[in-house]
Design a protein around this ligand. Structure first.
Ligand code: 13P
Length: 249
């Protein structure tokens, strides 16, 4: 996997055919020498996956899906998309365990099956973990993270195809964000949980939750972070570009 800093755009349930063209400015930015260490990945809704794959062909950008079904190939699962379908369309990444799906009833067990499915299809998993406000207030953050990691990664032997995305649920779309000191501490705790399970294997960990072109100036100072999972601010290419530019300023 790459050693570059990851800038992953999660478009959630936004975007239409007209938005595909809007990423051209981001493609242009990726060609500049100053940003050669930025790995930019777009996760548009399923309806735009093939359009994004075509648009980013022969560029440095990559494409990922926002979710998948746990069954590997095909089956009678209305509304679902398998990791084989995602792979075949040309996407390389898949977000699994996003809190917006967990809050819709997705369990750690299902997440684990999805991760197995993605890895067997050679996709890189963006594995989301994070505590909600209730859990944070009751000092349960570390236990929750541990549980999400242990159960989500059951029977997973290698983490070279997994990017851990720490997204505190209370920080998503709220503008609220941990201080650098708190976030650094939390990332180190997560790294230790992973180390306990995977010993010397390399860990990639990114942060998500209200990342914008201003707070990136602080966030970039945290050496423990390998990149960012960006929701709201990634839909506008201008804002997304500003985040990347400010990171390297
Ligand atoms: P926001 O950047 O809008 O807070 O969303 C974060 C997120 O959920 C990315 O997956």
């Amino acid at each position: 996997m790459t050693n570059k800093i990851l800038f992953i755009a999660n478009w959630k349930m936004f975007g239409n055919l007209n938005s595909v063209k809007s990423i051209e400015s981001v493609i242009n930015l990726s060609k500049k020498k100053n940003y050669k260490n930025a790995k930019i990945i777009y996760c548009p809704p399923y309806t735009l996956l093939d359009k994004f794959v075509i648009k980013t062909r022969k560029t440095k950008l990559c494409v990922g899906a926002q979710n998948c079904h746990q069954v590997i190939n095909t089956g009678p699962y209305t509304g679902a998309i398998s990791t084989t379908m995602i792979k075949k369309i040309g996407a390389k990444y898949v977000i699994i365990g996003h809190s917006e799906n967990r809050s819709n009833g997705e369990t750690n067990n299902q997440i684990n099956k999805k991760i197995h499915s993605a890895i067997s299809n050679n996709l890189i998993v963006i594995f989301c973990i994070g505590e909600n406000l209730f859990e944070k207030k009751h000092n349960r953050t570390n236990n929750i993270l541990k549980k999400q990691i242990y159960l989500g990664l059951k029977q997973i032997k290698k983490i070279d195809k997994i990017i851990f995305a720490y997204e505190p649920v209370w920080s998503i779309g709220t503008g609220k964000i941990l201080t650098n000191k708190e976030l650094t501490k939390q990332i180190i705790i997560i790294k230790n949980i992973i180390k306990n399970l995977y010993k010397k294997q390399k860990t990639k960990i990114i942060y998500g939750g209200s990342v914008n072109n201003k707070n990136i100036n602080n966030l970039k100072q945290i050496n423990e972070i390998d990149g960012f999972l960006i929701g709201g601010a990634s839909k506008s290419s201008k804002k997304f570009i500003d985040i990347i530019k400010n990171y390297y300023r």
